[in-house]
Design a protein around this ligand. Sequence first.
Ligand code: C5P
Length: 216
Amino acid sequence: DAPQPLKGRHVLITAGPTREPIDPVRYLSNHSSGKQGYAIASACRALGATVTLVSGPVNIAPPVGVNLVAVETARDMLSACEGALPADVFISVAAVADWRAKDTGANKIKKDKDGLPQLDLVENPDILKTLSKAESRPSLVIGFAAETNDVIDHAKAKLARKGCNWIIANDVSGDVMGGDENAMIVVKPDSVTEWPRQSKMDAAKALANLIAEHLS
Ligand code: C5P
């Protein structure tokens, strides 16, 4: 049998987009496919971890043996994560919508001959920041940073701002979003390691191994 260095560990992972209703038939969201988060869930499971995968709406099947909690909004995702604690590791891969509509009525917004509807937005909770500061904070908290420029500088700033242990930065100026490959940059407070471009599954395995090594 394969070695199980994460046996007995609970790994909590968010993945996919969130979907924020505007009215009963419309929503705000983004193009996250969930592939990278699902691959990380699968890789952690393969190393023996108990995995909770809190996922927004995606079109891929959950990995076998993983506890899937399906959510839609950022607020649902936060409550599901808080409900899943305690965990040894939190990996925040989800592309959480930054904003949601301030008011969502019970009825569909009508096209109005008097002009365009006004959409007021409010900020969503920051799940990564909230769990990083939680009383029952997982001992290892890992955030993701999708950047198009000054990738490492932004990642270092994010590490401090969010209060997490590591940031996995990736350059999304190319075709990473929704694609099958990723080039991860592992940013820790005192080191920056660039990994080669590889499949999202291979990147996930490398990350799971790094986590196992860190916890051992
Ligand atoms: O601030 P920014 O969105 O660039 O940070 C990205 C990181 O923060 C990702 O790990 C993402 O999962 C997490 N995040 C979150 N809740 C939000 C926004 C981002 O957990 N509302």
